[in-house]
Ligand binder design. Structure first.
Ligand SMILES: Nc1ncnc2c1ncn2[C@@H]1O[C@H](COP(=O)(O)OP(=O)(O)OP(=O)(O)O)[C@@H](O)[C@H]1O
Length: 448
């Protein structure tokens, strides 16, 4: 399946682990995946070594589908993997091993060893965020507290956050760094409440020196989580501990966020990450290809970089697919090969974006539901997002004003007209809104 030069079983497994890490809790990850070792590609299947047959059965049953999904995302046609017990052998902790810069005795964290400052390409879109992250890593709790980094999907917020954690641990080996997604924080809280273990929960999050909280926009609307996070924040802040937050939008755009939390998020430094320019995208691709031991011409790099403009994760995905495609068909990678590989693999390219798709994306961005946007509700949480959705639908689909009105629960076409004009006017005055709208437009560029 994936027997490709440049894609060894180790690098395939590394990619699978990235995906798994994003989809399981840290406890699950450490328990089940930290001691799995990629053994090779045998008969087209990825062979994985596990310490015991119990671990093998458990992984197969509970995480088999995740591993399959990860392999599919890498471009495998019919992904297969086999778990093999490696008796007696101490299966090395590949994750910690790779992270040679972290002292062996340091406690485990969920930091991804690949997300370091060294592997972060700095360009005009992220230089401010990078500088702020560096400052925080050099002097935790002293430079900017909290540091709040926001930006669109797949632009390197998590990467920078992990880089701060690695760097700080390298500089101050005793430092306790905790990385947590807002979702995990919420889940941990719920299970602590259920099992009456709030003390442990508090101890865990309030005793660290550096707390990294990813995707904090998901805290919107979750009252109990906000309450608990508020106290966690205060304790850490008062003790001079560093807090780093990422989000897909600035604090003031996180609706249904308690104002006391919002104002705390604004106490330190707020910095954004913008989509990378062409040069930065080329540099990222180049670094990625080199890491995989693949040489690509400048033309190919530029071709791929031009295809994906607004999401580095997708950019990396395109490169992976291209390498897999070329290797599977045994051809040398030229711009032409890249063209057919990507045309073939980006199934959605060229398909027109739909009203439902736009509605869902806008709703998600603003932390409301599509039904809210179609409803008669007039609260400020839904009015502006609704207008933005109407505007984007008008711009990006061929729908007429009455059709859009119909789509939004049978509204009059004049309402749609008003909304589109209103947003059109606001775009000239409101930079934040402009960024949001442009982000959406570039996401669907070429699909209108
Ligand atoms: N400047 C960069 N240099 C090198 N790689 C980068 C850079 N920015 C992002 N990446 C890579 O792009 C991928 C996506 O980055 P990351 O997960 O940090 O994005 P994110 O902004 O946190 O996205 P999300 O909003 O989905 O959480 C990662 O593999 C990361 O290593």
């Amino acid at each position: 399946m994936l027997e490709v030069p440049g894609l060894t079983h180790e690098s395939i497994w590394e990619n699978v682990l990235d995906y798994v890490r994003e989809n399981v809790t840290s406890v699950e990850f450490d328990t089940w995946f930290a001691r799995v070792k990629p053994l090779g590609l045998t008969g087209g299947a990825l062979e994985l070594g596990v310490p015991t047959s119990f671990a093998g059965d458990w992984i197969q049953k509970h995480y088999g589908h995740l591993i399959q999904e990860a392999l599919l995302r890498l471009g495998a046609q019919s992904p297969e993997f086999r778990l093999k017990v490696v008796p007696g052998e101490v299966v090395q902790d590949a994750i910690l091993q790779e992270d040679a810069r972290v002292p062996a005795a340091a406690p485990r964290t969920r930091l991804n060893p690949k997300y370091t400052f060294e592997s972060f390409v700095v360009g005009p879109g992220n230089s401010m965020a990078h500088a702020a992250a560096m400052a925080v890593a050099e002097a935790p709790g002293k430079a900017y507290n909290p540091l709040f980094i926001y930006g669109g999907v797949g632009l390197g917020k998590t990467h920078l956050m992990h880089a701060v954690g690695h760097y700080a641990r390298q500089r101050f080996p005793e430092i306790r760094v905790e990385y947590v997604s807002t979702e995990t924080f919420t889940n941990d809280l719920i299970s602590a409440i259920r099992s009456d273990r709030m003390n442990q929960f508090r101890e865990r999050y309030r005793s660290v020196d550096m707390l990294l909280v990813d995707d904090v926009q998901f805290i919107a609307g979750k009252e109990r989580t906000q309450e608990e996070f508020f106290h966690t924040f205060n304790t850490l802040y008062e003790d001079g501990k560093q807090i780093l937050l990422t989000s897909d939008r600035p604090p003031r755009e996180i609706l249904t966020l308690e104002s006391r939390l919002r104002s705390r998020f604004e106490w330190g430094l707020i910095t954004d990450i913008q989509p990378p320019d062409l040069e930065t995208r080329i540099a990222i691709l180049k670094m990625n290809a080199e890491r995989r031991g693949v040489q690509l011409s400048e033309e190919v790099l530029e071709y791929v970089a031009r295809q994906v403009a607004s999401n580095i994760r997708e950019l990396e995905g395109a490169l992976m697919r291209l390498i897999a495609y070329a290797s599977l068909s045994g051809v040398t990678i030229t711009p032409k090969v890249a063209q057919s590989a990507l045309a073939d693999l980006f199934h959605t390219a060229g398909e027109a974006v739909t009203m439902d798709e736009i509605l869902a994306a806008v709703a998600e961005h603003y932390g409301v539901t599509p039904a809210d946007l179609k409803s008669k509700g007039r609260s400020k949480e839904v009015v502006r997002p609704r207008q933005v959705a109407m505007y984007l639908i008008r711009q990006l689909t061929g729908a007429s004003l009455p059709e859009i009105g119909q789509f939004f629960g049978g509204r009059d076409h004049t309402t749609v007209l008003y909304a589109t004009q209103k947003i059109g006017k606001l775009l000239a005055e409101d930079a934040e809104l402009r960024r949001t709208v442009e982000g959406f437009e570039s996401r669907w560029a070429g699909r209108g």
